[in-house]
Write a protein that binds this ligand. Sequence first.
Ligand code: FE2
Ligand code: FE2
Length: 322
Amino acid sequence: MATLDVAAEPSAEQRRFDEIIAADSRIEPRDWMPDAYRRALIRQIGQHAHSEIIGMQPEGNWITRAPSLKRKAILMAKVQDEAGHGLYLYSAAQTLGITRDEMTMQLIEGKAKYSSIFNYPTPTWADMGAIGWLVDGAAICNQVPLCRASYGPYGRAMIRICKEESFHQRQGFEILLALMQGSDAQREMAQDAVNRWYWPSLMMFGPPDGDSPNSAQSMAWNIKRFSNDELRQRFIGMLVPQAEALGIALPDPELHFDEKTQQYVGGEIDWTEFFEVLGGNGPMNVERLRARREAHEDGAWVREAAAEYARKKATRNSKEAA
Ligand SMILES: [Fe+2]
Ligand SMILES: [Fe+2]
């Protein structure tokens, strides 16, 4: 039937969008985009922003107890960078038509996700090393390809973020290196932290490819460039020589070099743990949200003062202009 043919024909706007994606070019905020693309980006960028902000907590826990002034200064700078990453990303998401307030409420009401990795505790100083080396390291592997994401504001935010993430990874490596060159107790502490963070860091790449519902569409839209398993594999390959340089063991007895594929291959990941933590049953889920909610409430007066200042300034400007 003719009417059906007309319905199946993509609109001029949709064709233009498809052309931009096919040319591997960028979609900008004022361009038309399909609703599903907009929703997928709001979800992904929002989750990413929340992860940066919640991710400040496990490390913020050690700022007052850093072992030296130098370590304290570095850790403060690192945690502050994460706040900055959250802000760039909230701004990128806002260009898609959601407000910062809406996103904040989704987070503190427990309706939005953030990376499960931040629901683990940080009991020792060596956790600062393991987080920088493994968690920021995994973040880099995930995020470098996002610098080419098809949505302009997201890709541009990622370029700046990745530069800072590589500093974060090196500072984590350097903390572990100092511990590994120290006493037996320090070496044990470093190894223990790596034992606890290694598997969760591999889970940061998300479920195996066969089990990852949004991946195929994200790849078709040029948001995602590599599959979860490809990125995880790349990360393991990056870690092995670094672990050797540190003299630290990666806690996977099955990890070996496969001559055929010329890649390091590891043992099976325990996904039941991943889904437990994702489902809110991780050791720190409740605490992380409680702390975020409290910080939001404690910050109310700052938001009010800033809004009042902006209002006065606007009135003054309009009087001067008159
Ligand atoms: Fe970050
Ligand atoms: Fe980072």
